[in-house]
Design a protein around this ligand. Sequence first.
Ligand SMILES: [Zn+2]
Length: 409
Amino acid sequence: MFEINAERLWDTIMETAQMGRTVRGGICRLTLTEPDREVRNWFVKTCQSIGCTVTVDEMGNIFARRPGKDSMRRPIAMGSHLDTQPSGGKFDGVFGVLSGLEVLRTLNEHNYITSAPLEVISWTNEEGSRFNPPMLASGVFAGVFYRDFAYAREDRDGKKFGEELEHIGYRGQTKCGDHELGAYFELHIEQGPVLESENITIGVVTGVQGQRWYEVTVTGCESHAGTTPMNLRRDAMLACARMVQAINVIALNHAPLAVSTVGLVEVKPNSRNVIPGSVFFSVDLRHPDDAVLSEMDKELRKMVKKVAKDMAIEAKLKNTWNSPSMKFDKKCIDLVRTAAEESGYSHHDIVSGAGHDAVYLARVAPTAMIFIPCEKGISHNETETIRPEHAAAGAKVLLNAVIAYDKAL
Ligand SMILES: [Zn+2]
């Protein structure tokens, strides 16, 4: 078994955590912003300095390739994303990319040349916080979205994805999806409490639950907060509040596996003495079983209609993104499990509650994921924390799963 350099891996994570660092010790590195450019430049330079050939495709995905003995073979890829939520942590995404880098550094030290080339990939806009939908660029790579659909996505300020990509200098020449991957392994923090609560080091991820996103616009009537009698109001915020409550109940009705969230709300005109005339909000529904998810979808549509009718307001619901539940490749899963077993780490099969680039990659290449615990399961939060020994364990499993895949070719 190869050993990775735990200290080097940790130091590298801490080094990139400076780019977009927030005062509370988290990271704000929204996709295609200045901190994103900064970390991309760092990643490109670092990969080149260890002998990789770096290419950037037309979606800004970065591929760092280490040659194998047989250049005709499709590369075995490792990767994740470098972007974060507005108040993100130091590990979500970047941990998977930097562990890939650590794998290459380790192999360089051992002068170990794989048969197939290896690639470390950073996917653009995994988070979907600035540009909806998430996993946008891995989606284009896998043929789920068209490039021009992606370019036309707008952030809340009306800035277009394509122009912002150009602006930070990462609109590459290579066509997105131009080369096939032999396999794809993504290491990630769990972002949930299961591994920690069971005292397990490695999560062998067998699949990802289904997920649907919606946008709701509620339109009532703006009017004076002092002079409009209660019975004559058409308060868009009140309608939104009732819907938010009902959306929570939809998930509770499908307990324990269903989850539902309203995480983004914009009130107009957002003034303390004006009755809100319009509210925009997002809805996120998830469940491991697509049939249950369809049931939740029906309940959501029915409920929005009913609240709108009862309150004599207008409500438009748009389904903006669906990601069906996904099962990973059996052979890749087995290699992850074996690597964990042979390293002497406790491990457990687990279904991911979060979406990941691996979901789309699984459509075009044999794919698996590796999870490590994060403290109290907290993620998408500046306090997100992992233990250095777990980070090292995850990277070691990644390395040995990749090597095993290559040996079996
Ligand atoms: Zn992530």
